[in-house]
Design a protein around this ligand. Structure first.
Ligand SMILES: [Fe+2]
Ligand SMILES: [Fe+2]
Length: 468
């Protein structure tokens, strides 16, 4: 017997309509050490008996009197109560056997049989039943997981046909389990970008795609495909796990739109401030715009991030806003400034800071404006900051400011010309101005990649010139 250890005292139900046979059988079963739960004669009596005293196995005559024969009773016992059945028969015509096979028999005994044969058949049947129940339990366990999981799961067999589709996958694709089983993947899992089954399966790792559901809806999904472990060197199919990410996509899109809106608001605000300055002081407005163009070009040349470049541009466009506190007569004075007038002019970075400090820009606009007249050797104003203490944005703005100011006309003097302006930053490179920023600015002009005389700046030059 070896592997077949008698499982404790298994309880056996006997269903046999011939009294004598039934009594012999019960004795034989008891002799073998099993417990007999009941001896009954009809299929109809089975349910009542197992309720009163549940057995581990039933020995059942295939042919029973009454409306419920052995085969039907066996099917109920196993399917609904997990009780395995061993058939007992004195004759075996083919038809009965065929029907009996369909109910997954756990064994046959053909009368007459001996004790040893009976024991072996009972033990084999108990063992088979135990294994099948374990398997059933595992399958139920797995199917509960697949059912309760929040992701869509489709399993493909080695031929690439759908062999499992969980409820979430059914909901997303719009295919019911009954319709989807046996279909090729590209029928059930239709992707907007890729058409063939192989292309779907080639995609490795986690990635996003747009699924077209059965009713034509486009659903963005995130999917991952994993091959099932091979069996005996043969491909065993694949598992596709995917989830609906439309909500996430929608939030991302809304965030993008709201950022774009905020951005337009910012631009509009800066524009409004700049226009306000222009009305009172067209010269400064034109100057700011040209400085902004150069500062932006330098920032790009230094390969700063897009966000930083934008911050520098915005700061430059309003960097002299503090000049609205300076009397117009001083700003447009055609002669050289007195010491006092110059002191008044020097308040404009601080004044600009005070105006801007409470606006929550995504960049340090107020600080950049405050620092645009600082010089890296500490000779600037208002805080006499040194090199590392000055924001890079302010160091860039300082160079652009000086180059623009020197190369254009001022009410009190004609233009020095661009060459003089570039000589100034070259001479004071590393003293007043940041070396790298100066180098970047010189490169732009030397390689003719920047000029103040572009269509954008002309308007303001003319405007400013008219005033001067
Ligand atoms: Fe300034
Ligand atoms: Fe300026």
């Amino acid at each position: 017997m070896g592997v077949f250890k008698k499982m404790g005292r298994a309880k056996i139900l006997i269903v046999e309509d011939e009294n004598l046979v039934a009594r012999d059988l019960a004795n034989m079963v008891k002799t073998l050490g099993y417990e007999v739960t009941d001896v009954i004669q009809t299929g109809e009596a089975v349910l009542k008996s197992i309720n009163q005293n549940p057995p581990d196995l039933a020995l059942m005559d295939i042919v029973l009197k009454g409306s419920l024969d052995g085969i039907s009773a066996a099917s109920i016992l196993w399917e609904e109560h997990s009780i395995p059945v061993v058939y007992i028969t004195s004759f075996a015509d083919d038809l009965t056997f065929e029907r009996a096979k369909l109910t997954e028999p756990f064994g046959y005994l053909i009368k007459p049989f001996e004790e040893r044969e009976l024991e072996l058949t009972i033990e084999t049947a108990l063992y088979k039943a135990k294994m099948q129940l374990l398997l059933k339990e595992k399958e139920q366990w797995l199917s509960t997981i697949l059912r309760s999981i929040g992701d869509g799961i489709i399993v493909l067999n080695p031929e690439g046909k759908v062999s499992l589709i969980n409820p979430v996958a059914q909901k997303i694709t719009g295919w019911s389990e009954r319709e989807a089983i046996g279909q090729p993947l590209d029928e059930v899992f239709k992707s907007k970008e890729i058409s063939t089954q192989n292309q779907i399966l080639e995609a490795s790792g986690l990635h996003e795609t747009v699924l077209i559901s059965r009713d034509g809806q486009e659903i963005p999904v995130e999917q991952i495909i994993t091959p099932l472990p091979e069996e005996k060197g043969k491909g065993a199919g694949q598992v596709i796990v995917f989830r609906d990410i439309s909500l996430r996509k929608k939030v991302e899109q809304e965030l993008k739109e709201s950022w774009a809106r905020l951005h337009r608001t910012l631009e509009g605000t800066i524009q409004a401030i700049s226009t306000t300055i222009e009305m009172r002081d067209p010269y400064t407005a034109g100057h700011q715009r040209r400085v902004a163009r150069l500062a932006e070009a330098i920032a790009r040349e230094l390969q700063l991030s897009t966000a930083q470049v934008e911050g520098i541009k915005f700061a430059a466009e309003i960097h002299d806003i503090g000049k609205i506190y300076v009397p117009a007569e001083i700003l447009s004075k055609p002669t050289k400034l007195t010491e006092l007038e110059y002191t008044i002019i020097k308040t404009h970075p601080q004044a600009g800071y005070e105006i801007l400090k409470n606006i929550e820009f995504p960049w340090p606009i107020a600080e950049i404006v405050l620092q645009h007249h600082e010089r890296i050797n500490g000779s600037g104003y208002p805080q006499a900051l040194k090199n590392g203490q000055i924001l890079l944005e302010a160091r860039i703005l300082a160079v652009a400011d000086v180059v623009e100011a020197m190369s254009s006309h001022r009410p009190y003097r004609p233009s020095f010309g661009i060459d003089k302006a570039l000589d100034e930053i070259k001479a004071n490179k590393g003293i007043l101005y940041d070396s790298e920023v100066v180098e970047a600015c010189l490169r732009l002009f030397a390689e003719a990649r920047f000029s103040f005389e572009s269509p954008n700046s002309n308007r303001f030059q003319l405007h400013g010139a008219k005033k001067a």
